[in-house]
Structures are given as C-alpha cells and as structure tokens.
Write a protein that binds this ligand. Structure first.
Ligand SMILES: *Cc1c(COP(=O)(O)O)cnc(C)c1O
Length: 326
C-alpha cells in the first residue's frame, strides 16, 4: 500500500519518469510500450519467443548478431541467415527475406567489429516487407540512431553502453503488432515466457509497473541520464558523436600505425570505432597509464585490434588526448 501511495506522486514514479524521458529522447510514439528487462540479452530471447512462431531472419556479421541468431536456433526456430565477413556490412538490397520468415532481426551496431547498418537500410525492410516484424538491436549505439518508429516494430538496448550506467537493465520498445503476435502465439499454446512475456510486461507497463521487482536503481538512474541528455538535446548529442567519430576515423586513415578495420565508410560505426594495429595490448597498456581505457579487439582479434567507445559521455577533449597518445 505504501508503494502504491508513492507511485501516485509524480516525483516518486520512477518508471514513469524514465519512460517519459526516453520517449522524448528517442522520439517514441505514445502507443509504443517502453519495457524494462534484466538485460538486452534477455530481450533477444523474449523477442524471439513472443514474435516468431517458427522462423526468423538474421543479418550476422559479428559475435553479437551471431549470438542473437543462435538464440533463435536454441528456441527451436528455423532461421534464415545472411552472413557478412568480419568488418563488413550488407548490401541489403541484395538480401531477399524469406516469405515464411516472421521477424527480421537487425543489429544496428555490431559491437565486435565496429560495423553499423545505415538507418536508411534498416528502414528499407518495412517498405519491402510490411507484414513482417522489424526488430533492431541498438544496444551499443542508442541514443545515436534516429529510428523512424513507423518503420521499426521493436528495438532494444541496455544501459551500460551509450548511457554510461552500471549494467543490469535492458530497455525494450515494442509496438502493438508485436503484442498481437505474442497474444496469438500464446492463444495457440506456445510458450512465450514465464518470468517475463511481452503481454505481461505490456500490461504492467500501463500502470508503470513491472511483472517482477525490477532494477529500480537502474531505472531511476536511466531516467536521470535521459533527462540530462534531453537537456543537451538529442540532435546535439548526435552531432557531437559524428564530430568525434570523424576525428577518430580521420586519424586512423592518415596514421601509419593504425587503420580502420571497417573499409566502407558508409558501414563504419559512429559509436564503436575499431582499428587494426600491430601490438594492440601494448597500446591499451600505454593508454591505461594515462587513465584512458579502450577495449581490446573481440575474440581472435585481441592482439591486432583496438575498440574505442565513442559514447555520449566521452568528450572531444578526451578523444584528442587519446589520439595524441596513440
Ligand atoms: C552488449 C551487447 C548486447 C548484450 O547486452 P547485455 O546488456 O550484455 O545483455 C547485445 N547486442 C549488442 C550489439 C551488444 O553490444
């Protein structure tokens, strides 16, 4: 009862505040639900359980998109897979989605390789396949991509990347087409989740609640960070992201020691910049001595690549200091 009384105060409704700030930040229409899960990895599973009865389509060009696809296989779905080599993107016009596929799973920013799918390419799917659900993993790029929610059914992210928060919270945006699909699967007797399902998350969200006790501190902090970002303005954040990325890529292209891993400029991530370099661990150690932390290459690329996070919290001055040291 105490909880309900607190929830009625506009200053105390943590869920409502976070959702409203995210709605403003990402320009999410009122009829889309903003749902909280344990992680983005959880959303991979819930999305496939709730939105695909038997088949999903995946664009795989690195470790994260690959894992998303493996979830579908583990859940017993048939998968249609388009593969691109590490460091490359897709010519989406050449990728015909199967008639039988129900969900098109896209990864806006493949964090392992630094390849991004241009937002115009993401939007092209709804135009070509209006009856399929278009799902976007924007985990390591949000709030950077400016998605048109009329052309994307569902998208998700977690808070420890672009929002700079402690890990442990996933954010899932979904429309009514996703909800209707989940309800239809449930009505057929299919299992769509116990701890969380799209209908249970959706229903609770109407009262700014969650089916299970959530990461309340995480939701509170996300609301505050999104509020801060709104104060700056998402357009300014996106411009600043592009300006910092341009400085980084320009350095990599003109350097004799480094080169950008992603060749095609149109497919280069603005938020995770990956570079080839001879002795990556030594470079990472050198930066660490100066208090700057960058990532190693992913998996087998540990010794030969570095990954530089270009999230909103990183300033142009830090990027310049980084390049000076590199
Ligand atoms: C980090 C990441 C995930 C997983 O997010 P978690 O919060 O660890 O569950 C999914 N997709 C991409 C592209 C990522 O970078």
């Amino acid at each position: 009862m105490v909880r309900h009384a607190a929830n009625q105060s506009p200053h105390c409704n943590i869920y409502q505040h976070a959702a409203e700030q995210l709605r403003t930040l990402l320009n999410i229409p009122p009829n889309r639900a903003i749902l909280f899960t344990g992680s983005a990895t959880e959303v991979w599973e819930r999305l496939l359980q709730n939105c695909a009865e038997s088949e999903s389509t995946h664009f795989v060009n690195g470790s994260f998109s690959k894992r998303f696809c493996e979830f579908a296989t583990e859940l017993g779905k048939k998968t249609q897979v388009f593969n691109a080599p590490f460091g490359e993107g897709f010519d989406v016009g050449q990728c015909a989605v199967a008639e039988t596929s129900e969900v098109i799973c896209l990864t806006h920013n493949e964090t392992s390789s630094g390849v991004s799918m241009p937002v115009a390419d993401i939007h092209s799917f709804k135009k070509n396949y209006p009856s399929k659900i278009v799902a976007v993993d924007m985990v390591s790029s949000a709030p950077y991509p400016d998605l048109d929610w009329n052309l994307v059914d569902t998208a998700f992210f977690s808070v420890q990347k672009g929002f700079g928060l402690p890990a442990g919270l996933g954010v899932w945006v979904a429309n009514e087409a996703c909800l209707r699909k989940a309800e239809a699967l449930k009505a057929k007797g299919l299992y769509i989740g116990t701890h969380h399902s799209l209908p249970s998350l959706w229903k609770s969200s109407l009262n700014h609640e969650t089916p299970a006790t959530p990461n309340v501190l995480g939701i509170y902090l996300l609301g505050k960070v999104a509020e801060d970002m709104n104060r700056i303005g998402v357009a300014a954040i996106r411009r600043e992201t592009e300006a910092k990325a341009a400085v980084l890529y320009n350095f990599l292209e003109t350097s004799t020691l480094y080169k950008p891993t992603v060749q095609n400029p149109a497919h280069r991530s603005q938020t995770v910049v990956v570079a080839d370099v001879a002795d990556a661990p030594a470079k990472i150690a050198l930066l660490k001595e100066h208090g700057l932390v960058i990532g190693s290459g992913y998996g087998t690329h540990k010794e030969t690549q570095v990954r530089i996070a270009n999230f909103p919290a990183t300033t142009m001055a830090q990027i310049e200091q980084l390049l000076h040291l590199l």
